[in-house]
Design a protein around this ligand. Sequence first.
Ligand code: FAD
Ligand code: NAG
Ligand code: NAG
Ligand code: NAG
Length: 496
Amino acid sequence: MPARTWKLAVASALLHSSLGLARYNDVCSRIATSLSASSALHSPGNDSFTKLSSHWTSSSDESPACVAEPRTTDDVAKILKIVAKTRTPFAVQGAGHATNRGFSSTEGVHISTQGFTSVEYNDTKKTVTFGAGLTWDKVYEALEPHGVNVAGGRAPGVGVGGLILGGGYSWHTNQYGLTIDTVEAFELVKPNGEAVEVTHESDPELFFALKGGGNNFGVVTKFTMKTFPQGKIWGGMITYGHPDTFAAVTAATAKFSAEVTDPKASLLSTVTFYQGMPLINIQLFYDGPEPPAGIFDDFLKTESAASTVATQTFSSMINNVPAGALHGVRGAFLGFAAPAYSLDFLNAVNEQAFTNGAEFTNSSLVFLTLVSEPFLQDILSHNKHDTAYPFNRAEMYTPFNIFIAWADPSKDEWYKQEIEKIRDVLQAKLIEEGYEGVTTAPVYSNYALWDAPAERLYGSNLPKLQEIKRKVDPEDVMGLAGGFKITPKAMIRDEL
Ligand SMILES: Cc1cc2nc3c(=O)[nH]c(=O)nc-3n(C[C@H](O)[C@H](O)[C@H](O)COP(=O)(O)OP(=O)(O)OC[C@H]3O[C@@H](n4cnc5c(N)ncnc54)[C@H](O)[C@@H]3O)c2cc1C
Ligand SMILES: *[C@@H]1O[C@H](CO)[C@@H](O)[C@H](O)[C@H]1NC(C)=O
Ligand SMILES: *[C@@H]1O[C@H](CO)[C@@H](O)[C@H](O)[C@H]1NC(C)=O
Ligand SMILES: *[C@@H]1O[C@H](CO)[C@@H](O)[C@H](O)[C@H]1NC(C)=O
């Protein structure tokens, strides 16, 4: 472009960004003066500001103008009304495990739910009501003295908010279904600031929409879930490091997937290339002090490099899972729908992890992990009510996940293309096996890359979700926050 036009463009961009900053600062001051004494607003530099806006992968971090830490639904309502009125971009963050930048981060007003930390167990109803700011490990620990549990995340540090609002796969999914299938109520601050308890009885449409609809319908401050009895469990992680053992481990995973029908048994296979080396980690779980003979024998008899498998409390198993924050690296999840795990498919998974891992090493790879989650065929039959995710329960697909971390930001786009290639190869393998549905099946939003189309996430539920959206959020307030959006095109007001 000509120099003069270019100078004008730069000047206008500078003006715009400084005006923008000034505007957000003004919004932040308005929020600060409106909040009750129990809540807080943090400015850049404050320890809480940093803590409440940081993510598991630091590539999901942005620098907000301020961080609001509301502790009452009233204060959440005040913040929402102010950002709505001023059309200020904002974010809602729980424990920050989103791997997509902008999904729980913003340069505007960052709302943290971490002030909501209550846990109340109702022994009569066998339900638990807990705050949206908690991580699953804290909920498990609080329930342990009561001898009960809930169906939540499988690693320490994962937030309750994002996992539930996306769907949720847990160690108990084979027994009780998806996490959302066990949710009985949401305490929700609607986009217009109204605080309501949403149940199937009070508002069946909104109840449906919150079960997979992410942050499109407001800010959830509490969840109520069904509990079930929980005693000692058997489980942990076995690490296989010697390539000579991979064939036996892979065959054991295929056999488990094809033959084991005991819903108390579950496993998660992670095939990894890390620090120049291939390795396979298998996490095993049995909901009882000992698994019946036969279920996991093939894994146990194969020589391993390390094992944390033991009879232990559920929370001790969870807290032992190595899932530390990945600070200073880039990260991405790219999930797809996998209906079954044949030996052929699992061999292709190994091949993809190990050959691509070796090839990516000179491109600042930190690790490449391909995660297989062989759930039982009937996990989608435990729901009492319809849910936003998955949009089709007639066929079961497990959430397969490609999980990658790298160091060099200039490689972001290249890695996106590379993991899409891995997905395409593995999907083609499933199609070859006769599963044509994999390219149209529901994709799990919590493992999806930022550009997953709404049709793949919400499919045939999209029209209904958009109808609910029109009613609950006519001003598209939640469109000011990032994440997967279901807003009908005609309603979109802002270009963020
Ligand atoms: C180490 C690790 C282990 C994982 N294990 C599992 C697993 O076992 N099973 C599984 O299903 N998934 C798992 N996941 C994926 C997980 O479900 C998502 O990362 C999820 O988004 C995490 O929720 P969060 O609250 O920590 O994330 P955040 O980044 O805080 O939020 C994610 C999204 O949810 C929205 N959100 C969060 N809280 C609220 C709220 N209260 N109201 C409205 N919107 C809200 C945010 O705006 C954002 O769009 C795992 C992820 C990681 C990194
Ligand atoms: C951070 O903010 C809190 C409350 O807003 C305040 O009490 C504290 O002194 C601040 N700390 C720093 C280091 O600024
Ligand atoms: C538990 O639920 C019962 C039945 O709805 C209710 O009567 C009781 O007040 C609840 N208890 C607590 C501690 O909330
Ligand atoms: C990395 O290594 C692969 C194969 O070893 C090679 O094809 C590729 O060109 C290398 N890339 C870079 C950036 O050096």
